[in-house]
Design a protein around this ligand. Sequence first.
Ligand code: NAD
Length: 439
Amino acid sequence: MVQVLEKKLQEIFDKQTMYQWEARKTTAEQRAQKLMDLKEAILSRMDCFVEAASLDFVTPASTAQNQIYSVIQAIDYAIENVAKWMQPELVENPQDGEAYVLYEARGRVCIFGTWNSPMSVTIHPLAEALAAGNCVVLKPSELNPNYNKVLLEVIEAVFDEQEVALVQGEADVSEQLLKLPFDHFFFTGSPRVGKIVMREAANHLAAVTLELGGKSPAIIDKGYDLVKAAQNLVFGKVLMGGQFCISPDYIFVHKEDITAFAELYRQMTVGMLYDDGKIRSVERTQIVNEQHYKRIKNLFEDALAKGAVILSGGAFDDDKRLIEPTLLGGVTAGMLIAEEEIFGPLTFVRTYTDVEEVLQYIQANPKPLALYMFSDNENFQQQILASTSSGGVTINGIFMHNTHLPLPFGGVNHSGIGSFHGIHGFKMFSHNRAIYKVN
Ligand code: NAD
């Protein structure tokens, strides 16, 4: 079985090794056309994707559709800009000639995806890798078998294997792919597996992009409108059941605001999820599988057993694998929830009296993927920006730095290496070749 798999992957890799020299010569019009074909193939299967997302784990239709539309936007953005991105970038000319940077395709790219937002972690980077003129192998997560069937249909309808191939399977398939000397590995997933990918990529000195996760903090300045802060932060946990790499993981609230904030968090949760006291389960994303459900429930139970208290929520539906957005207080070091990425609809508050306590805590922990702050005070905002690091930041909102395509999206160290989205993805999937011509 392993040999059959090895042979199949080697076959695809050999085809792409040959074809990469054609792919890199394609014009902006040809690349834009491929992207348009990709977009059409996705849109014409919208209903199939929505149904598949609900079969793999219960995902509201609106969430599944929004994930697709956000990727369609990224494809459109690449179509619009690919000709501009491909232009050589002139630098200051030397006295005896000219100098410029040529963005040339890296060659063969392998993309590994997660299950939580299967279109964004596979097709979005694919679009930018294609804009840069690469050949690509996609390996989506094994936890979306139904979604992967539709993705495979799309890829097969638009591409020959020598340009783009999609392979399915568990970690053993990823391990086999990592043995092949791709020019670039693009991995979305946990820091644990990210380290494996980086170690294996080192064997071929392949470039890597690691889109990882971690514990993303939110900070509410004293005096900020708590209604707005609670609205955003509850939404940050309702969307995809908190199974989103940039979901706020924990929240710093000023000591004097904690009672009011907890009450507002409870009201917002009820407002977003309930109708006349009845849960609107149709709006809720299920926890992906039993293992993750137990993992999240264990974070909750461990915290309560060690002295944490429920400030809002706390309801678990074991049969449906649904968890109410839950806010905990009294979380201390040594509780699992304080150490591990939550990746679910739980969150906890840490109270502060002086912003220095907030800064010290964030500085003492691995750099997060996202950081949220709610403040109308420019000095406060600048102080937080200057004294912390994170992949990205949204001020007075939620997730926006991820959806604005001109901004790079990625982590820093423990939360990731390298960024994509728009021109940043195009450049990341390109080698920046220095050209010096003597006249
Ligand atoms: P994961 O690391 O368990 O799996 C990701 C991928 O790695 C899957 O395709 C899986 O098949 C593969 N894999 C598993 N074991 C492997 C091994 N030993 N060798 C090679 N490949 C292996 O992550 P997950 O549970 O699917 O996703 C959750 C994590 O992903 C969270 O940490 C979350 O923050 C992160 N995430 C990050 C982003 C981002 O854009 N930064 C987006 C979504 C999720």
